[in-house]
Write a protein that binds this ligand. Structure first.
Ligand code: PLP
Length: 489
């Protein structure tokens, strides 16, 4: 059967023409993302309502598609590239990273097996070794790339479960008279650890949160005491998750002391360095990974603070055998003659298909170089310290956590009267809402020991000192004045 409908892809000339337009759009966007409000102002449902409910029956022109991209999609974007983006962990999809992403999309290589694109597997091995060396981690760590830290930590705990309960793969955990298992992390660990514990079938109650000290670091003595108490109740420690750079305050758990506990208790040690691990690329910050060389697994996210477009999470493991034991499964149709002599990425995780993520990281590392990366990370930390110094010097504000990296936790506390915690929460929530409505900056919040705190995170390559100054100006302007009784509406 044949008809006269076109069957092939976009023709090469059209691709070239539209491709140039798209690159021009990106270049213009990168020139000045600050011309958009940083946080999208659309109302819930607005984007959906502006689009047809069904796909078009006939193909449309790229003109029409790009027009709707600009008219409907862009207004619904919160601009993570905006120099005033200070929320969560600020990130950058850098130029070289975006170009790498484009080439990866063009190649559309799927790296499940070595033979389905040897470069996908081998470049991943190369860049993971580069990054490991840059951070000063030993060669005993083998690397594999996943999409997110959540997925990396899930694989870490699945490998830990495999190592502790070898029969789990065949027989599961239920109805076999096994002891109860426990995973430990600090009260400030990321929620991805909770999800991982749920997903590996231990149940959420199997996660025990260890109290932190006054600087939000896990207390190793409290960890040891919790394990001892659990052991007396017949509960076996399966894994401990330490964090270097916690989500709220970027505090650093005492990994060396925690590694001692894990060695004594024969528990798997996973270290979540999703945000702050890359700081170790700077020699003066190498110490933040002290003790991490003794971990069984580590995660660091180049998509957080290493200028790599989302998503790319670097997972390192010293027990790759346990990971492969947990996940390797080769059906007949995926058998190859080179198995045994090469690495097949499908053996190292739950997913079969793999994007070619290593390409963008390779381009980022080569384009900026180690010295360029150090300079940029160092500048972000300088800007955060500068902001912290303004907070410290102002009697109407207070800082609520140390600033080891590039995140500042602070709040307004206007002088001249006593405030209850409830009042301060309302006041600072109002301040945050007004700041974010400005369109010039976007900050997020957290709670520390029950106190509502604003977070300013510097991590975008387009953020310069003038943007941080402007953020402080806006904070000052949006806060109630000293001696004020009035609550923001
Ligand atoms: N771990 C830490 C310490 C984090 O701060 C975050 C996110 O901010 C995550 C893990 C989760 O990262 P991802 O979005 O890559 O899953």
């Amino acid at each position: 059967m044949s008809d006269d409908k076109p069957k092939g892809d976009m023709d090469p000339e059209a691709f070239r023409r539209e491709g140039y337009r798209v690159v021009d759009w990106i270049a213009r966007y990168f020139e000045d993302p600050g011309r958009y409000p940083v946080m999208s102002r659309v109302k819930p449902g607005e984007v959906r309502a502006a689009l047809p409910a069904s796909a078009p029956e006939s193909g449309e022109s790229f003109d029409a598609i790009l027009e709707d991209f600009e008219r409907v999609i862009v207004p619904g974007i919160t601009h993570w590239n905006h120099p005033g983006f200070f929320a969560y962990f600020a990130i950058t999809g850098s130029g070289p990273g975006v170009l790498g992403e484009m080439l990866s999309a063009a190649l559309n290589a799927q790296g499940m097996l070595w033979r389905t694109s040897p470069s996908v597997t081998e470049l991943e091995e190369v860049v993971m070794a580069w990054l490991r060396q840059l951070m000063g981690l030993p060669a005993s760590f083998q690397g594999v790339i996943y999409d997110t830290a959540s997925v990396s930590s899930l694989h870490a705990l699945a490998a830990a479960r495999q190592a502790a309960v070898p029969g789990v793969r065949a027989e599961g955990l239920a109805g076999r008279g096994l002891p109860r298992y426990r995973v430990y992390c600090s009260e400030h660990a990321h929620s991805s650890i909770d999800k991982a514990v749920i997903l590996i079938g231990l149940g959420h109650d199997a996660l025990r949160k260890i109290p932190a000290d006054a600087e939000f670091r896990m207390r190793a003595d409290a960890l040891q005491a919790a394990i001892a108490e659990d052991r007396r109740a017949g509960i076996v420690p399966l894994a401990v998750v330490a964090t270097v750079g916690t989500t709220s305050t970027t505090s650093v758990d005492p990994v060396e002391a925690i590694a001692d506990v894990c060695a004594r208790e024969r528990a798997w040690l996973h270290v979540d360095c999703a945000y702050a691990g890359v700081a170790a690329i700077i020699p003066e910050y190498r110490h933040v990974l002290r003790g991490v060389d003794r971990a069984d697994s580590v995660v660091v996210n180049p998509h957080k603070w290493l200028f790599t477009p989302f998503d790319l999470s670097a997972f390192y493991c010293r027990r790759m055998d346990a990971l492969v034991e947990a996940f390797s499964l080769t059906p007949e149709y995926l058998r190859t003659s080179e198995t045994g002599t090469v690495r097949n990425l499908m053996d190292t995780g739950v997913q079969l298909g793999r994007r070619f993520r290593a390409l963008k990281l390779w381009m980022v590392l080569r384009y900026f170089g180690a010295d360029g990366i150090r300079a940029r990370l160092g500048e972000h930390m300088r800007l955060a310290r500068l902001f912290a110094s303004w907070v410290d010097a102002d009697p109407d504000f207070e800082r609520l956590a140390p600033v080891p990296f590039s995140v500042v936790c602070f709040r307004a506390r206007p002088g001249g009267r006593q405030w209850s915690e409830n009042e301060l929460e309302r006041l600072n929530q109002g301040l945050l809402d007004r700041l974010n409505a400005s369109g010039e900056v976007f900050l997020s919040h957290t709670k520390l020991d029950g106190r509502f705190v604003l977070r300013l995170a510097v991590g975008n390559l387009r953020t310069e000192e003038r943007h941080v100054r402007r953020a402080w100006e806006l904070v000052k302007r949006s806060a109630p004045p000293s001696g004020s009784d009035a609550f923001p509406r």
